[in-house]
Design a protein around this ligand. Structure first.
Ligand code: FAQ
Length: 332
């Protein structure tokens, strides 16, 4: 139900000699760090790969509103409710910038949403996990936004102009999101014993799914080699995941929480934390549609789309009326 059905037509990376003169000139521009803009020549595989990645990213933002939106009515204070509302709204805005960036590649928003609603397009695995207690909202901000920023900061240098530029604003907002999550957990960890237990429980459930956000190991990653040659991806899945672990473990220690990984230890020689293996069986089950909340998430998006149909119809009718009124004025 959930497998990506966008065939990008790329099965291996071409060498310079195998490329057409147009493709060689394109690759040279990329190597020189010159941005590609919507009207420039681009190989079909580049265009399709971008549509796949940007639309998956956009879908992740709007599906990502659901687990947190679930807690807006149950936030423990007016201040926390206002912060959470603003954050969820920001995620909706990120989705819109990203859909606009994808549209510059010649695909319509209706097509992209249809791919999401019919299960042809993916969104991040992380949003198929439930938010069971208030500390989960802190864990999402700290870990999920934290992982998203780690991945998105390099994407500001993506070779495709509209995507890289959308990422600049998104990253600024995500860093506030991460701080609000950490601040929420800090308050809970300095609170009662019961609150601290809730925070530990949230970390236990969100740690491994957050590490999965970076995707499969580099040697299992179908798209990395080509996407890195085209600078659609700037850093590899494993190197970003390692950086996330290195940055996050000391933050957990400061909170007084324990990362749920018995294999986790500082490796003096490597200058990095060693950590345990991800449960890839779980990752692929979630990606294929069999995670705890896949069906619920998709159903919520489809229902929201149907419920908003009258607004789209009214806006279209208004625009058409406006257009025919101005046509009449022109004729007169
Ligand atoms: N979930 O060859 P690779 C956020 C798929 S935004 C589901 O390594 P690629 C903000 C992948 O699509 C979070 N599927 O793929 C927020 C491919 O399948 P396909 C989203 C995954 O594209 C915070 C297959 O596995 N961020 O959180 C996942 O080179 C809080 C092979 O993998 C972005 O989308 C996964 N985790 O690298 C909102 C950033 N990982 O398409 C609300 C942009 C891999 O062939 C609240 N995207 N797959 O069927 C990227 O950087 C890349 O697309 C990666 C995957 C790194 C995610």
């Amino acid at each position: 139900m959930y497998a990506q059905m966008v065939d990008t037509g790329v099965d291996r990376v071409k060498s310079m000699e195998e490329m057409s003169p147009e493709e060689q000139a394109f690759q040279k521009r990329i190597d020189e760090g010159i941005r590609i803009e919507p009207k420039d020549f681009m190989p079909e595989g580049y265009r399709k790969t971008l549509i796949r990645q940007i639309s998956q990213h956009a879908h992740s933002e709007i599906v990502g509103m659901l687990p947190e939106g679930n807690w807006v009515t149950r936030a423990p204070s007016l201040k926390r409710k206002a912060i959470l509302l603003a954050k969820v709204q920001d995620e909706g805005g990120h989705g819109l910038y990203l859909y606009c960036a994808a549209e510059t590649l010649g695909v319509s928003r209706d097509e992209l949403l249809d791919a999401l609603h019919t299960g042809k397009a993916k969104y991040s695995s992380i949003f198929n996990y439930p938010t069971l207690n208030w500390a989960d909202i802190g864990a999402i901000g700290w870990l999920v936004d934290g992982a998203a920023i780690m991945n998105q900061v390099p994407l500001q240098r993506c070779s495709y102009g509209p995507y890289g530029r959308a990422m600049v604003r998104i990253c600024k907002e995500e860093s506030f999101h991460q701080r609000q999550g950490y601040d929420l957990l800090l308050a809970m960890c300095r609170g009662t014993e019961e609150q601290k237990k809730m925070a530990q429980d949230a970390l236990n459930r969100w740690w491994w799914p957050s590490l999965m956000m970076f995707g499969p190991h580099d040697d299992q990653s179908a798209h990395s080699a080509q996407s890195m040659q085209w600078k659609i991806k700037i850093e590899s899945n494993d190197s970003l995941r390692q950086r996330f672990v290195d940055q996050t473990v000391p933050q957990a220690e400061f909170l007084g929480l324990t990362v749920p990984d018995p294999a986790l230890r500082w490796n003096e020689e490597r200058g990095h934390y060693d950590f345990g293996e991800i449960n890839w069986k779980e990752f692929f089950a979630v990606v294929k549609g069999n995670g705890p909340c896949n069906k619920e998430r998709l159903q919520a998006r489809v229902e929201a789309y149907e419920a908003g149909r009258w607004v789209r119809d009214a806006a279209l009718a208004y625009a058409q009326k406006h257009e025919s009124d101005s046509d009449r004025r022109l004729v007169a």
